[in-house]
Design a protein around this ligand. Structure first.
Ligand SMILES: Nc1ncnc2c1ncn2[C@@H]1O[C@H](COP(=O)(O)OP(=O)(O)OP(=O)(O)O)[C@@H](O)[C@H]1O
Ligand SMILES: [Mg+2]
Length: 366
């Protein structure tokens, strides 16, 4: 038996701690904006968005564990695949088996009969589904009104879903609330790592200097996911070396093994065209070390052809790149060429090993 890891579970990313660092305001807003109204028979929905590791999932799970008169149901949109499937799964968890082939109105009528309790439906990682199944979203958001169901929804994703809906779509949905989750500060990350270390590691295994080191490395992304992953990897490395405490060298090696900018969940939220554009950018960067718009358009054409997609127009490419930038996958700088042609945009990816990213994209596309 080693000297470092006492209980490994709190080092897993799915772990929900007994208290959250710096998310009291968000929890309050969720209770006030959604839980209380729904408890009192008023339907209310909210979009929650923010970069990877800002605590969206853990805050929503924490919320469902708090005392309330509501029935909470959690779904991951990526694994569910459609909004209808999500309602069918919700019915399942209420003890009712129903076919997905039935139309929405019979499914919702059945839902109305299934429980007296107001329902709060949490749909995590929803961005792709919002884009691919707008009618399903419309049906769900309107269910409360049309079928008189006491239900509220919390939809979470890395990017504001409203930015990916046509204005017609937004008008159709009416008013909804939204809340952004901000990146964690170095102090927040320190507290999160300290808490997690206290419950999972033996006394003395994690010193304040090491916590500081992890907090400082992960503060650029502001991601608690990154901080905890570094802690986990560094702890197991140190355990393997049979040492008594985690060293800064363990931390450095651990952080070089992970990359917060290319988490699977981020890539899964991209549609096929965006994946192909990102792939093209990576391929150009792999060859040249830098990329300009002119440089990537040829590569994009080749990849779209190979992927049996119609060639994209410039506005689609720009929109996709803006999305990649908002996800912190791609960065860009403007450079004046010194001539009348004006500014030129250059794209790059800090810290991202493009060859690994290319492999990941191929995995998803295939
Ligand atoms: N405020 C917090 N206090 C304690 N732990 C936290 C806090 N925020 C996040 N964590 C921990 O950090 C990890 C990542 O958090 P979480 O999965 O909620 O991020 P996310 O915003 O859902 O990210 P993604 O977009 O990648 O799904 C989890 O292990 C979670 O327990
Ligand atoms: Mg999440």
């Amino acid at each position: 038996m080693g000297h470092i890891v006492k209980t490994p579970e709190p080092l897993e990313s799915s772990y929900v701690p007994v208290s959250l660092v710096n998310r009291r305001e968000q929890l309050e807003a969720l209770r006030e904006g959604v839980v209380f109204p729904v408890e009192n028979g008023v339907s209310s929905n909210m979009f929650i968005y923010g970069q990877s590791g800002t605590g969206k999932t853990v805050t929503l799970k924490f919320l469902s564990g708090l005392e309330s008169g509501c029935f909470f149901h959690y779904e991951n949109a990526i694994s569910a695949g459609s909004f209808k499937r999500i309602v069918v799964n919700l019915l399942n968890s209420l003890g009712k088996q129903i076919s997905e082939k039935l139309p929405y109105d019979s499914i919702f009528r059945s839902l109305k009969r299934s429980t007296e309790k107001p329902i709060i439906l949490i749909i995590d990682e929803c961005l792709n589904l919002v884009k691919t199944d707008p009618d399903g979203l419309y049906n769900l958001l309107r269910a409360a009104e049309i079928y008189d169901i006491h239900m509220g929804m919390l939809l979470a994703s890395v990017d504001n879903p409203a930015l990916h809906m046509a204005s017609r779509e937004i008008r159709r949905l009416g008013i909804f609330n939204e809340m952004k989750f901000h990146k964690y500060s170095t102090e927040d990350l320190y507290e999160i790592v300290e808490d997690r270390g206290r419950i999972s590691l033996f006394d003395g295994a994690l010193t304040p200097e090491i916590i500081e080191g992890i907090a400082s490395i992960s503060s650029r992304s502001g991601s608690a996911r990154m901080a905890i992953e570094i802690l986990q990897k560094a702890a197991f490395m140190s355990e393997y070396e049979n040492s008594r405490s985690i060293t800064m060298e363990n931390v450095r090696r651990a952080s070089s093994m992970i990359n917060p900018y290319i988490t699977q969940s981020k890539l899964m939220e991209l549609d096929m065209k965006e994946l192909l554009i990102l792939l093209s950018l990576c391929q150009v960067l792999e060859k040249n070390g830098e990329a300009t718009m002119d440089g990537i358009t040829d590569q994009i054409r080749i990849n779209f052809e190979a992927g049996h997609q119609d060639p994209p127009d410039v506005s689609l490419i720009y929109r996709a790149i803006r999305h990649l930038e908002s996800l912190d996958i791609v960065e860009s700088s403007r450079e004046s060429s010194g001539r009348s042609t004006g500014v030129k945009k250059r794209f790059f990816m800090n810290d991202v090993p493009v060859s690994i990213l290319i492999e990941k994209i191929y995995e998803i596309i295939e």
